[in-house]
Design a protein around this ligand. Structure first.
Ligand code: ADP
Ligand code: MG
Length: 700
């Protein structure tokens, strides 16, 4: 393996010994390259240090002064320890205070000069100025002081045991001695096409900017140099995914060539005709399944758009060709629901079906043993536990985001090479879909079956119970059914939340004439199944539940979704819950009851729900409110961590990077002409590079 000096251990740098190397490792810095791409989180313009005489209350400023007094004050029964110092500069004074930081006494001594950065306040008497817990640095007169003052100075996240100044000095040496040696692996044409500055220049400017002209961009992480580093990362992600996708197309799979007998029968059995979008997607899937390599397709579609029937049709094609098909769901309840939904069709077509869930364990061997049915439904444990298939030809993953790049690769690890169809019900904004699912081909169903009316959504205060009661009565009177969802199963002293158990009692009192059911995750699966069956067959009027019904439950006769404590739910979750109604041709409604205090974010979520039914818009809003980390949550599994790119802010760069990556791979699929780039991509995906090998036709 060719390697460059920048892949050397950080200990090779002057001023870094074993002890410091251990501290740096805590920050994720192991090599010189790691350090060079460890960027400041903030910059301070010390080319403009303000004299104390010019600072004003309310400003955020950097000031310099000599310590002319310092002492420790204790308050509140000695629990609070305040270290105070007075800085002097040309006849003016500034008081600085640090709370409960005893080590300050050791750093700050009379006569030393320090720089402080923070918000300026007027102190109690209104006579003098002060800063509380400012960032600070002690300036000594040694030769390095021009690294730390009289310029735009980088501020890094550091860890205990290494000071800002020490860290900055190490970085200064590094940038001086190694930045130029960091090979710029992005091909020159790509750099020029996208107006990206050179890597070495970018690193120098990001760590020790030459001028204060772009302070604003620098501090916002939006300078052209930041964009360059973001591009690199996103380019590596995109290259990895593009190579994976390409290599899969070389793998040996099953070339399904069904006549379409079963599928045609299915279409005749359906009480509706397919939408154009459904037909298009079915064609894309059929053509994938004919290919000699395994299908890897993602099907995105909002709740209720009719993905299940598309999946079923694909499974029938596989079965017709003599293979088995499996449908995997993220939860037991959803697996059960899917099974109940498709079982009538399986039976009418004369095929065999099987449900593998922990509850069905006694019956059929649960998640171990051999599956012999034509169509097997279960949770993702299907691919992870000791379960074998005789001839698995197609796996459909109804994933609800819970399967990442890695989990999908597990299918291969089992030695199977089936076609894979991944379905997601919560729409994912494009930028995230490109990174999370960039290795897959992509289909989307945007239209909902015709005749569906948008679900009227209202946000009501808790004191308007009577109106709600009237709506429920009216709907149940018309023979319709109602969901009521609570955030918790049971009351607890501390949460103060209304709960499903308590709610069920209240509904029973209020509506003695109605049939009320209860569903939650702590019930035995067979009881849950029974309740769902009663609801489905119309023998329950009001189903009181927790979020276990969030996904997949499909009862077209239910027309009201009442969500209690709606302020407690996330946006995607609310949208999923709402998607449980409006599945028939009848108009449906969603009522959100919120209890104070309703925070600003919660208020915004509820307003968005009232405003729109469009799942893609909701996903964008959700992403911008929570940021990619939270939005993705566990879904991030299998993606390398991004250090300098932000999937929301850098969405445009991501598009560029992706386009360049697929162009490059189209011409040179294993980066033969760009060996060092290839190596960097592998390092970037590090242990995850495994999936590239598995992608290679299952050899390994
Ligand atoms: P999702 O995409 O959320 O999984 P489903 O597949 O559960 O949606 O479909 C939602 C409901 O719409 C089901 O009751 C299904 O039978 C029905 N459906 C599916 N396709 C159509 C269609 N083309 N016309 C009318 N109803 C349909
Ligand atoms: Mg579904």
């Amino acid at each position: 393996m060719k390697s460059s000096s920048t892949d050397l251990s950080i200990q090779q740098v002057r001023g870094v010994g074993p002890q410091r190397a251990r501290l740096l490792a805590k920050l994720g810095i192991l090599t010189i390259r790691d350090a060079l791409t460890y960027l400041p989180f903030r910059y301070e313009d010390r080319s403009h240090i303000i004299p104390i005489s010019e600072i004003r209350p309310g400003d955020i400023r950097t000031a310099r002064g000599k310590v002319v007094a310092c002492n420790v004050v204790r308050r509140r029964g000695r629990k609070l320890m305040i270290f105070e110092a007075v800085l002097h500069d040309d006849g003016h004074y500034l008081k600085v205070k640090w709370f409960n930081q005893p080590f300050m006494q050791k750093h700050v001594v009379l006569g030393c000069t320090m720089i402080v950065h923070g918000r300026v306040k007027e102190n109690g008497s209104g006579m003098a100025l002060e800063m509380e817990n400012p960032e600070y640095e002690i300036i000594s007169d040694d030769a390095d002081c021009w690294i730390h003052t009289s310029r735009v100075v980088p501020v890094y996240r550091v860890t205990e045991g290494i000071s800002q100044k020490q860290f900055r000095k190490v970085m200064f040496t590094l940038v001086q001695e190694h930045a130029a040696a960091l090979e710029d692996v992005v091909p020159i044409q790509i750099r020029e096409r996208n107006a990206l500055p050179a890597l070495a220049e970018s690193l120098r400017e990001l760590h020790f900017p030459l001028s204060a002209a772009h302070m604003h961009d620098l501090n916002g992480g939006q300078s052209r140099y930041h964009r360059r580093l973001a591009f690199d990362e996103l380019f590596f992600v995109a290259l990895g995914l593009a190579m994976l996708k390409k290599s899969r197309k070389k793998g040996r799979g099953i070339s399904f060539r069904p006549v379409g007998r079963l599928k045609e029968k299915l279409l005749r059995l359906l009480p509706f005709s397919l939408t154009t979008a459904q037909q298009q997607v079915m064609e894309q899937i059929s053509s994938d399944m004919q290919q000699p390599y395994p299908m890897h397709r993602l099907l995105q579609g909002d709740v209720g758009c009719g993905k299940t029937v598309v999946a079923l049709a694909a499974m029938l094609d596989a079965v017709e060709c003599g293979y088995q098909a499996a449908l995997m769901a993220p939860t037991e309840t959803l697996a059960e629901q899917h099974y109940l939904n498709i079982r009538p069709f399986i039976e009418q077509l004369g095929l065999s079906g099987d449900l593998r869930s922990s509850s069905s364990g006694a019956r059929t061997g649960g998640h171990s043993g051999e599956c012999t049915a034509d169509i097997t439904v279960g949770t993702h444990a299907l691919i992870q536990k000791r379960l074998t298939f005789r001839r698995l030809g197609l796996a459909v993953i109804d994933e609800q985001h819970k399967f990442g790049v890695m989990q999908r690769a597990l299918l291969r690890k089992k030695g199977m090479n089936p076609d894979v169809l991944v379905m997601t019900a919560t729409p994912i904004p494009r930028s995230l879909a490109l990174t999370l699912y960039g290795d897959l081909d992509y289909s989307v169903i945007r239209e909902r079956p015709s005749g569906r009316k948008p679900i009227a959504t209202t946000w009501v205060a808790a004191d308007r119970k009577e109106e709600i009661v009237a709506i429920l009565k009216q709907e149940i009177h018309r023979g319709r059914q109602v969901y009521v969802v609570y955030p918790a199963i049971e009351d607890t002293e501390t949460s103060g939340l209304r709960s499903a158990l308590q709610g069920k009692e209240a509904f029973e009192k209020k509506f003695p004439e109605y049939r009320i059911g209860l569903l939650h995750g702590r019930m035995r699966p067979e009881d849950r199944e029974q309740v769902m069956e009663r609801f489905r067959s119309g023998n329950i009027d009001i189903l009181v539940s927790t979020t276990v019904i969030e996904v997949g439950v499909d009862v077209p006769n239910a027309t009201v979704m009442l969500i209690v404590h709606a302020e407690r739910f996330g946006l995607s979750q609310l949208h999923q819950l709402r998607g449980r109604v409006g599945r028939g041709t009848d108009s449906a409604c969603c009522i959100l009851i919120a209890y104070p205090p309703i925070g600003e974010d919660a208020g915004r979520r509820l307003s968005v729900m009232v405003e729109t039914n469009d799942g893609f818009r909701i996903a964008e809003e959700d992403l911008s409110m929570r940021g990619p980390g939270e939005f993705l949550g566990t879904r991030q599994a299998g993606l390398p961590e991004l250090k300098n790119a932000d999937l929301v802010k850098d969405a445009i760069i991501l598009e560029l990077a992706r386009r360049e990556a697929s162009d490059l791979i189209a011409h040179d699929e294993v980066l033969r002409k760009f060996a060092f780039l290839k190596e960097q991509v592998d390092v970037f995906w590090n242990e995850k590079a495994d999936i590239f090998r598995q992608g290679n036709g299952g050899r390994k």
